[in-house]
Design a protein around this ligand. Structure first.
Ligand code: FMN
Ligand code: SF4
Ligand code: SF4
Length: 298
């Protein structure tokens, strides 16, 4: 006896047009047409590679909105992005800047909640879905964590000890930046909120789980910027919390055995930027077909 019943796969036969799309996209290969042409789910041993992935492709692909799975109903899904979303996303990418000065103001909690709902759909290898997101909703809590971490960082610097990523030169530059770019707070740049993607990364898939965290970080950054928020990815602060201030890490509630490489500060930006940047240094290698039919690497 398998566990397919746990997937709660349901098809409204009256709506199903027997198009077979759900069967074609099923990552777990557990959907097959029944005698009436309506898809049925095979019984399976366990979720993941031995059965249903829980990916919800079936629910998402069905043009008739006939499929429910894992208690999710098609009418509760967000609609597809409109065609102009691509151009908007290009603008978001070009206009996203590391924001290091923020208004001393909490972001609307409803907006944070709606972003977190979307973030549930960030990609994860094999649909592992084991990344955890820690968000600090309140600026005063961020300040408390910052004060503990900051004191530990200063204490270490007084002994000539720094994170593995820094030395006295970089630390000195960070201190200098508190007069302007990171006003008064080299650690979290005065961001009123923090977002951290972390995971218990152990065993064979540890590297992949870490990659999932970093991907989630990038998704969050773009999403927040698309909503007009400022963000800054901070590896230095994560290093401080990991290496110098475990007390501050504990205040965030991030377990010691979790991978945590990047912290994102976010909030309403103090200073708006007027246009995107025009970077062009990244080498892009494109195999392109020439007029003689030869493929050439440009
Ligand atoms: C992996 C990673 C780690 C970063 N760590 C920090 C950091 O600790 N502190 C900081 O102020 N900026 C940090 N940044 C931001 C970069 O410095 C920034 O992306 C770069 O200066 C280019 O500026 P832009 O993001 O505004 O385009 C980090 C960015 C990345 C991708
Ligand atoms: S959730 Fe994914 S793996 Fe499971 S039945 Fe639907 S498409 Fe197949
Ligand atoms: S995708 Fe929807 S309409 Fe098409 S076969 Fe599957 S259940 Fe039926």
């Amino acid at each position: 006896m398998g566990v397919a019943w746990k997937a709660r796969f349901e098809v409204d036969a009256a709506k199903c047009i027997r198009c077979g799309r759900c069967e074609k996209v099923c990552a777990g290969m557990v959907l097959h047409p029944g005698p009436d042409g309506v898809p049925r789910m095979d019984d399976f041993e366990r979720f993941g590679w031995r059965g249903c992935w829980g990916c919800e492709h079936c629910l998402a692909v069905c043009p008739a909105g006939a499929i429910s799975i894992l208690g999710k109903r098609p009418e509760d899904s967000l609609a597809p992005a409109p065609p102009e979303a691509g151009e908007y996303l290009e603008r978001v990418i070009a206009n996203r800047r590391s924001c290091r000065r923020y208004r001393n103001e909490n972001v609307d909690p409803a907006l944070i909640g709606s972003m977190m709902r979307a973030m549930q759909c960030a990609p994860a290898g094999g649909n592992a879905q084991n990344t955890e997101f820690t968000v600090v909703d309140d600026k005063d809590r961020v300040r408390q964590i910052r004060d503990v971490a900051y004191a530990k960082m200063e204490e270490a610097a007084a002994r000539g000890a720094y994170t593995s990523s820094f030395n006295s030169f970089y630390y000195g530059k960070m201190k200098q930046s508190e007069a302007s770019v990171r006003k008064g707070d080299l650690l979290f740049c005065g961001a009123p909120h923090l977002f951290v993607a972390h995971v218990k990364a152990a065993g064979k898939w540890a590297d992949d789980y870490a990659v999932n965290c970093n991907l989630a970080t990038a998704y969050f950054e773009l999403l927040a910027n698309a909503h007009g928020l400022g963000t800054v990815i901070m590896s230095y602060s994560a290093d401080v919390l990991r290496e110098l201030a475990p007390e501050a890490r504990a205040m965030l509630g991030i377990p010691e055995d979790h991978y945590m490489k990047l912290i994102v500060g976010f909030g309403y930006p103090e200073i708006p930027y007027a246009r995107g940047v025009q970077k062009g240094q990244i080498k892009i290698r494109r195999w392109t077909e020439q007029s003689n039919g030869q493929m050439t690497l440009l």
